[in-house]
Write a protein that binds this ligand. Structure first.
Ligand SMILES: [Fe+2]
Ligand SMILES: [Fe+2]
Length: 262
């Protein structure tokens, strides 16, 4: 038996949702995954999620939505509390709404999904390594198939978690930088790893947002809210992983589909 998992990098706004709607069917047909997990932290106008958008993404075939630093929209808290298919990073403080891990079951296969956030160049949250290991060991009592989305800025912190959890989980996938890295591989003890899965969103943008606005911000150093780039072609980036019956990764490969270039 093997378990096939597709993971999509951060879905950014309307363009990202369009990329999923138009191009995820190609990926589903190519890999025939048992589970699809995606990072949805930027899916609603670039910042967070709404119930409507989460449900829209589920309707495209996504089973679990992970997130990160942009998930904290107050209007979304009730759904975050209620849904077992939307995660926020597990290492926020006690009492934070929602959950940081879940176990989903399909065709009698259980997949554990853990969401963690990095601390380098980000908020000083609880230690993602210690908590990640604790949660992984707990999930392991129920299923050997475990996916970790490590939402972090620093490549070193991400690679470190990959090695730290090597052999304990099936795959560690980095998100948050929105740029797909070329280091997908299986680590020594059987955990598949990539530093960043990439993004689903506008191609001609700065990590999904309007490039003129981001450049203005970098020139003036005046903070501003960036808007999602809605014009132009979109891309779908992510990772495909195959796991054996013991939860060890057998294969990892990346994909990037660009609209009109399929
Ligand atoms: Fe993001
Ligand atoms: Fe993020």
């Amino acid at each position: 038996m093997e378990v096939k998992i597709v993971f999509l990098g951060d879905i950014v706004g309307n363009s990202g949702r369009r990329a999923v709607r138009e191009m995820l069917p190609h990926i589903l047909e190519k890999y025939k995954p048992d589970f699809v997990v995606a990072n949805g932290e930027n899916a609603a106008g670039g910042y967070g999620l709404t119930q409507k958008i989460a449900e829209e993404l589920f309707s495209y075939g996504i089973d679990v939505l992970t997130s990160g630093n942009h998930i904290w929209k107050r209007e979304f808290f009730p759904y975050l509390e209620k849904s077992s298919r939307v995660l926020r990073p597990a290492n926020y403080g006690e009492g934070a709404p929602g959950r940081g891990f879940t176990i989903v079951e399909k065709k009698e296969i259980k997949l554990g999904v853990i969401n963690l956030e990095g601390r380098i160049f980000m908020k000083p949250l609880n230690n993602p390594y210690i908590l990640g290991k604790e949660i992984a060991l707990k999930i392991k009592e129920e299923t050997p198939f475990i996916l970790v989305d490590f939402h972090a800025e620093a490549t070193s912190e991400k690679i470190g978690l990959g090695y730290y959890l090597d052999g304990m989980v099936s795959v560690v996938i980095g998100t948050h930088t929105h740029v797909q890295t070329s280091d997908a591989r299986i680590l020594e003890k059987g955990t598949a790893y990539i530093t960043d899965a990439g993004m689903c969103g506008a191609v001609e943008s700065i990590i999904g947002m309007k490039k003129e606005q981001a450049i203005e911000m970098y020139l003036t150093q005046v903070p501003r809210k960036l808007e999602v780039e809605k014009k132009g072609i979109v891309k779908l980036e992510g990772v495909y992983v195959e796991v054996n019956s013991e939860g060890k990764a057998k294969r990892i490969e990346t994909f990037r589909l660009i609209e009109n270039q399929l």
